[in-house]
Structure formats: structure tokens, C-alpha cells
Design a protein around this ligand. Structure first.
Ligand code: EPZ
Length: 424
């Protein structure tokens, strides 16, 4: 039998308790690429132990770097003596965000080859904006035999980059490239996601002159090739993981407290939960969601930060199946991010799809059956829905979950969910 992993969730359970949270995988990915700019050993505390981290660490090793974990969530990375600037397709194909090495490697060495990342289940995921920006900074870029071949023999030159679309890893790539470039790079229409903000703050605290942090206009004064002494830091908490637990609590009408969270990173999500009738108490680093007697329907449009995040779309669709009325969810970032709809329908959800808008009519009584996880965030949506479905639900291909969630079933189990991971 194929070694499909799945997880079984039985019966409806109210959740109760606190969740200690881990760090943001998206932030961590940008942060693992950053030592490529460093001439020191970079210490990263609170690194999430999720699957997506591994390919980027392995790539760092393939390039000649070294890393060592002093505990599950603390790693030191040293890239002072890199011997190679080729990111091969065996690694890139396992995790497309390895494209984040392109900017730093090119800026540091004046050449690199990175296997062209393929799209993924949710969309084609092009990197044209990354490449166009690097060309504006003086790089010669060709695509040959499935590789991005980038040359900048005289190093990269600061430029004024205007992103046609807001791109998270595109902005991160250019910020890192600009850090070692000659002259100043101004980025217009930069991504403002917290993980991009943290990347900029760490570089600023390490001596790179960056202004406009947290805004859509960034200005980076390059060091002209001098490597950076990167200060140690804690990875920010994962706002998407936090939002996922809030939805898990909301759908099961439970009181759950999240510790070590940044409520200011979740304002759009909190706003939508409050619109649905939930009360959420926050302190500087905790959030507590309280039950509501009626879950109200909601209208959601996914957009770039600080608006409602696309990575929370599937989880809110699961929650909307229990709202009293009709919710509409429009996905504006990715062309194929509704694969969880048919799986939720198998549980009994009443959802109509019309192009990029899903209409969810609730409340539906969900009954357990076999369903499939199709991508990272859809997996968590299935686990959330299964937690309140009657009877047992087998969520197959649950390995998607491990890309971005550390011990999700243990954390939900600690809150009272009856969930176990099987492998068949
Ligand atoms: C990051 O992907 C995240 N991944 C995604 O999270 C997240 O969904 C996405 O940002 C949007 O918030 C990581 O950070 C590792 P984009 P990224 O470049 O950077 C188009 C998850 O669940 N675009 O901001 O690849 C693109 O097609 C993952 O953890 C171009 O057209 O996303 C998309 O429509 C899924 N050309 C939009 O921009 C480009 O060169 C946003 O993409 C780049 C992007």
C-alpha cells in the first residue's frame, strides 16, 4: 500500500486550554537565506522544526555552508566559506522558496545558478518579478535547461525597483540582493508581511542602512560587497499557525488561549472572527478566543498584508460551514486555491464555486468520511472541519501539514481533540 499518511479525528470535541506556539516558517525561510550575506556564524533562536525548513538548510550545506542545532528550535548557520553557487533541482523541486538564495548568492558572488522552481498545487507561482528586478540591478539572467543562470560580474548596482505585483519572496530576494549591492536600491510596492519586516529589521540591526521598514517603500543602502555581521535573533511567531488555532477553537465553540503570539500581525483575521461573533481578548503576546452562541456569516477577500491573508482562506472556509447564513470567500492571489472545497463538500458542506469566489451556505451538519489533504493550508482546514464532524474522519495525505505546522495533532490533542496520526 502506498505510505499515505493520514490522521483520524473522531467525534465533535470542544477544545479547552492553551497553545504554546512556534515560529513562523515563512519568516524562517527568508532568515535561512540571509546568512548567505554574513561573514559570521548566525544564531537563530525559535526556529520552527517543520519540513519546509530542511531543504533550505540542506541547500546551505550543498553550497559549502554548515549548520548545527543546539536544540530542536535553535540553529547556528555559518556560510563564511561557500564553495559553490548552484542550487540544484533535486532540492529546489522539494521546496520552491529555495529561490530565496538567488538574490544573496548573486549579490555576494556575482554569479549563481538556481533551478527554476516549479509551480505547486495552488498555482503557477512565477518568479518573473524577482528576475526583472535583478536585471534592473545589472544582472544578466538567462533560463537554460531548467536553471536560472544569473551573472553580475561587477556586482549588483542599486536601482529603483517598482514591483508590478506585491510579492513576498520577491521583496525578500531583492532586499537581500540590495544589502550587498553598490549604491542604494529603492523598492516601490514592496511586500509588508511581518516576515519581510523582520528580515529588514535584522539586516538594519546588523548595520545595513534600510529605511521605510513596514511600508511599501523600502530604501536599502548596499555595502558594496562587504559581508554583514548578522546579529542573533528570535524568529517571529507564526501568524498563520495562530490563525489556524483560532479557527479550530471558533468552529468548536471553545475557549482557547494562544501564548507567544503577535496579535498585531493578525488584525485582519481577528477582525473577521469578531465579525462572525467571536470575542477575542488580546495582550501584547497572547490571544484568547471565546465561544459565540451564533456564528455569523462573513465576506472574505484575500489580499496582501495587512489585509486578509490567502493562507487563512481555507481555514475560514471550514469555519464558514458552521455560520448561520451565506458567506462569500474570494481568492485573489492564487489561481487554484479552492481544492479544499470538494473535500469539505464530502463532509457535507454546502459550497458553490463560481470562478474565484466560493459561496458557503451554513450551518451544515458535517459527517465524518475519508477526505484528502491537497496542500498545506487546505490540510489544516480539513483537520479543523473534521474536529466537529460527526463520527470519524480519515484525512489522507496529511504529510502536507508537516510543511508548515509543528506537531499540529499533538497541540490540538492537548486541547481535547480526539486526533491521531496513522500511516497505511
Ligand atoms: C509567499 O509565497 C508564501 N510562501 C505563501 O505561503 C503565501 O501564500 C504568499 O507569499 C502570499 O502571501 C513563503 O513565504 C515561503 P508571492 P510567494 O510572490 O512569495 C504573483 C504557505 O501556505 N507573482 O507574494 O511565492 C504570484 O503568482 C505559502 O505557507 C508573480 O506574478 O508569493 C501570486 O499571485 C503558500 N510573479 C502573487 O504574485 C512573481 O515574480 C503573490 O505571490 C512573484 C509573484
Amino acid at each position: 500500500k502506498s505510505n499515505m499518511h493520514n490522521s483520524t479525528i473522531t467525534d465533535q470535541t470542544k477544545l479547552q486550554g492553551n497553545v504554546k506556539r512556534y515560529a513562523a516558517k515563512q519568516a524562517a525561510l527568508q532568515i535561512i537565506a540571509k546568512p548567505l550575506l554574513a561573514n559570521n556564524t548566525v544564531k537563530i533562536v525559535n526556529m520552527p522544526a517543520v519540513v519546509d525548513i530542511k531543504p533550505l538548510l540542506k541547500l546551505t550545506e550543498n553550497l559549502g555552508g554548515t549548520f548545527s542545532f543546539s536544540d530542536t528550535n535553535t540553529v547556528e548557520i555559518n556560510t563564511c566559506c561557500l564553495t559553490n553557487t548552484i542550487a540544484t533541482d533535486d532540492i529546489v523541486k522539494t521546496m520552491r522558496a529555495t529561490i530565496l538564495v538567488l538574490g544573496p548568492l548573486l549579490s555576494r558572488f556575482g554569479h549563481c545558478e538556481v533551478s527554476l522552481p516549479v509551480g505547486c498545487a495552488i498555482g503557477q507561482r512565477p518568479i518573473d518579478l524577482h528576475l526583472k528586478a535583478l536585471e534592473q540591478m545589472g544582472a544578466n539572467i538567462t533560463i537554460h535547461a531548467g536553471y536560472v543562470q544569473a551573472e553580475a560580474p561587477d556586482g549588483l548596482q542599486g536601482a529603483h525597483i517598482i514591483f508590478d505585483k506585491i510579492t513576498v519572496t520577491g521583496t525578500a530576494n531583492i532586499v537581500m540582493a540590495a544589502a550587498l549591492a553598490k549604491g542604494t536600491t529603492n523598492i516601490t510596492n514592496a511586500a509588508r508581511e511581518p516576515e519581510v519586516v523582520q528580515l529588514c529589521e535584522i539586516l538594519r540591526d546588523s548595520g545595513v542602512v534600510i529605511t521605510g521598514i513596514g511600508t511599501a517603500e523600502l530604501s536599502i543602502a548596499g555595502t558594496g560587497g562587504k559581508l554583514v555581521d548578522i546579529v542573533p535573533f528570535d524568529v517571529i511567531p507564526d501568524r498563520i499557525e495562530a490563525g489556524t488555532y483560532l479557527c479550530a477553537a471558533g468552529i468548536s465553540n471553545s475557549t482557547v488561549t494562544l501564548e507567544n503570539v503577535r496579535p498585531d500581525h493578525l488584525e485582519a483575521v481577528t477582525g473577521k472572527l469578531e465579525e462572525m461573533g467571536f470575542d477575542i481578548d488580546t495582550t501584547e503576546n497572547t490571544m484568547t478566543i471565546h465561544p459565540t452562541d451564533t456564528i455569523k456569516p462573513v465576506t472574505i477577500v484575500t489580499q496582501e498584508y495587512p489585509a486578509f491573508p490567502t493562507d487563512m482562506q481555507a481555514q475560514f472556509m471550514a469555519l464558514a460551514t458552521q455560520a448561520e447564513g451565506t458567506s462569500t470567500i474570494e481568492e485573489r492571489l492564487f489561481e487554484n486555491r479552492f481544492m479544499h472545497v470538494s473535500e469539505l463538500q464530502r463532509l457535507g458542506a454546502d459550497i458553490k464555486l463560481n470562478g474565484h469566489t466560493a459561496t458557503v451556505i451554513g450551518p451544515s451538519l458535517l459527517s465524518g468520511t475519508d477526505v484528502m489533504a491537497t496542500d498545506l493550508r487546505a490540510s489544516s482546514a480539513m483537520v479543523i472541519a473534521a474536529n466537529i464532524a460527526e463520527g470519524t474522519t480519515q484525512v489522507h495525505r496529511i504529510y502536507h501539514l508537516d510543511r508548515g505546522y509543528e506537531n499540529l495533532e499533538k497541540k490540538l490533542g492537548d486541547l481535547g481533540a480526539k486526533i491521531e496520526r496513522l500511516s497505511e
